[in-house]
Write a protein of this length. Structure first.
Length: 248
């Protein structure tokens, strides 16, 4: 598979990553960092919104290196990490073909189980799979796969939404959900904020108490990469509210 040409990371300075303020300009989609041979690069995008209907997007990049280390950062506030000083020689090229597509029911169970495993740790009520949300996610993913599937982009629809892009075809549903859930390390529940330089909006959407239904889709991009999108209803990540708020 031909490698993607290196991209320059566009840097912008924004306010700290707090759910009480907006994080990133919705029209701005960061460029992906150039990766070393053998690395796995992924980018996720989450949505925050106000009760009067304003919607903003935040981003998170994860780099899995050959030595087993993982680097996560917010590309809108932090520069990409430098490459290893002594990178390993590139492995011989291996022809890459898309894996067999799992049956839709199996894919739904994988997404649902991965989400509810995270929610169970906080005693949040489990999500249920919703066909309407799944059709919405499938329609948006198919549209991107037919046009531009090179970055995680939001549909700007009425639902909560987590998006994931990964280099290569070997990303599963659980990989995308794990990337989002791992942001728990960057979430400070005492002041409802994310650690500076990192995003946690994907995690907070997963655990948002009042979200009840979900639907997801995973597609292989023409570029040889993977795109995942999940939608939630009612949506979460309301500015000024916490994932743990009990509805009145």
């Amino acid at each position: 598979m031909a490698r993607r040409p290196p991209l320059l990371l566009a840097l912008f300075l924004f306010s700290s990553c707090m759910l009480s303020v907006f994080i990133a300009c919705d029209a701005f989609v960061p460029a992906l960092p150039a990766s070393m041979p053998g690395e796995r690069v992924s980018m996720s995008a989450s949505v925050s919104r106000t009760r009067d209907g304003q919607v903003k997007t935040s981003y998170s990049v994860e780099i899995q290196r050959q030595d087993g280390t993982t680097i996560t950062y917010d590309p809108t506030t932090s520069a990409p990490p430098p490459p290893p000083l002594l990178p390993s020689p590139p492995p011989p090229p291996v022809p890459q073909t898309p894996p067999p597509r799992p049956r839709r029911g199996k894919l739904a169970r994988e997404f649902l189980l991965a989400h509810n495993k995270v929610r169970q740790q906080l005693n949040m009520p489990p999500l249920v799979w919703d066909r309407k949300l799944a059709r919405y996610a499938r329609s948006w993913a198919a549209r991107l796969a037919a046009t531009d599937c090179s970055k995680p982009k939001h549909s700007h629809g009425p639902y909560g939404e987590n998006a994931f892009w990964g280099s290569g075809h070997d990303w599963k549903a659980v990989d995308a959900v794990a990337a989002w859930a791992n942001e728990y390390a960057f979430y400070n529940s005492s002041n409802n904020s994310c650690e500076s330089g990192n995003d946690c909006g994907h995690y907070t959407q997963i655990i948002w108490r009042t979200s009840q239904k979900m639907g997801c889709e995973r597609v292989n991009c023409p570029s040889g990469d993977t795109y995942v999108t999940c939608n939630y209803d009612p949506p979460g990540n309301y500015v000024g509210e916490t994932p743990f708020d009990v509805p009145h």
